[in-house]
Design a protein. Structure first.
Length: 417
């Protein structure tokens, strides 16, 4: 008896699947429009998850390449002060104070971004816009910028204010300095600088070229700055092995707040950035985008579920006479109910499969277009979530039509025209 029942249920599932695929093929346009909400919802969640996975991997890789333990201290001006025209800065004296008093630091450097000098670098008839960085010999160790040719700036270059530069690969290419640019000269702010090194290429991050820079001694660039131009430096440092960042941050706040005579309870006039905070900020963005995507997916799946229910109700009406014949031949209400549930489930899963493919294709397209982004990766849990959601949609929204079909009386169904 149990074998007979199992055979009957298996037949119901196979027959329901066959009928569902036949109905979908016979009404392809109607079926596609019915499943559109499910397709959009699943495609959205797969695309968003795949893109976020790619971005997360890219961000992690870039942070690791750029020294994941590096700490950056730069000036910060509260909004109220900005509104009245005030702007806080960090000076070379602030850097010296941190360099001399900060305990537990492996290496520390100052970075000067001389906006007043402009960013145009020239060599002969060629010119290009580049980021101008003034720093010292410790920058190489802290930021992990290494030379592919020549050497990095030295302590002697800094002390003697030598007019020497290390160029990024993009600047070398744009200025057409050839295969051996070391020893050539470039012009910055009307002054000539000798090229002593070329940095290793680091590629781009989300379209931002990481090789488009010129590094010169801080003291040299500061001497070329216009009289009266305010000094503003960023301070980069690398903690010593085993030293906790929280303790270093406390020291930085004590030293700088004391130097700046910041009143108790007043906000800092500087900010401390770490790779971990960057990861946390990115994680918050990912969570926010995921929540928005979840809302879109929920609405799309709801619309898709309603569409599935409507088309199944229409199918029940169209096949009323068929249902009556099947019941007259001995089909039980459970058999009829299962058959229509399977039809709704197949329709939902077809929409989910199409959405899965479209979502992956869209994510792959984004990964191919965005420079430096890792390939689109669809994790297994996202596939399971998509298929699980479509399965639930098929069952929940296919239940009412299935129950309606199962309740039809065979005599009334046979009378239906």
């Amino acid at each position: 008896m149990r074998a007979t029942e199992a055979t009957a249920w298996g037949h119901a599932i196979l027959e329901g699947s066959r009928a569902a695929l036949t109905a979908i093929a016979a009404n392809a346009l109607r079926s596609a429009l019915t499943a559109l909400g499910i397709i959009i919802g699943v495609a959205a969640v797969i695309a968003v998850v795949a893109v976020m996975q790619g971005l997360s991997g890219t961000i992690t890789r870039q942070l690791d390449d750029l020294a994941s333990d590096m700490v950056i201290v730069n000036a910060h001006t509260p909004r109220k002060e900005l509104l009245i025209g005030l702007r806080n800065t960090l000076s070379s004296e602030d850097f010296v104070a941190l360099r001399d008093r900060l305990q537990g630091v492996q290496s520390i450097t100052a970075v000067y971004l001389p906006l007043g000098l402009g960013g145009q670098v020239r060599a002969g008839a060629q010119s290009t816009a580049a980021q101008i960085i003034g720093t010292d010999h410790h920058y190489q160790e802290v930021v992990r910028v290494y030379t592919d040719q020549g050497r990095f700036i030295s302590e002697s270059d800094q002390l003697r204010r030598r007019r020497v530069v290390v160029l990024g690969a993009t600047v070398v290419r744009e200025l057409q300095l050839g295969e051996q640019p070391v020893g050539s000269f470039v012009q910055l702010a009307g002054e000539w600088f000798r090229v002593i090194g070329v940095a290793e290429s680091r590629g781009s991050l989300f379209g931002l070229d990481q090789d488009n820079f010129l590094i010169a001694p801080y003291s040299t660039l500061r001497a070329l700055a216009a009289p009266g131009q305010p000094e503003d430096v960023q301070i980069y440092f690398q903690p010593a092995d085993g030293v906790a960042l929280t303790g270093l941050e406390t020291q930085v706040r004590q030293i700088l707040r004391g130097r700046q005579r910041t009143p108790e309870g007043a906000p800092d006039r500087f900010e401390i950035q770490t790779a971990e905070r960057t990861r946390e900020a990115f994680s918050s963005i990912v969570q926010a985008v995921t929540l928005v995507a979840g809302a879109v997916v929920g609405i799309s799946l709801l619309v898709g579920g309603i569409g599935v229910m409507n088309i199944m109700l229409v199918s029940v009406t169209e096949r009323t006479r068929e249902i009556g014949i099947v019941k007259a031949l001995g089909a039980t209400p459970g058999f009829i109910r299962l058959q229509f549930l399977v039809e709704a489930l197949v329709l939902s899963l077809c929409g989910g499969a199409v959405g899965l493919a479209l979502g992956w294709a869209f994510a792959a397209l984004i990964a191919a277009v965005v420079p430096g982004m890792a390939g689109a990766t669809v994790p297994g849990w996202a596939v399971l979530l998509a298929l699980g959601s479509t399965t639930a949609i098929g069952v929940l929204f296919g239940l009412a039509p299935a129950v309606r079909a199962a309740r039809l009386h065979p005599i009334d169904a046979l009378r239906h025209e």
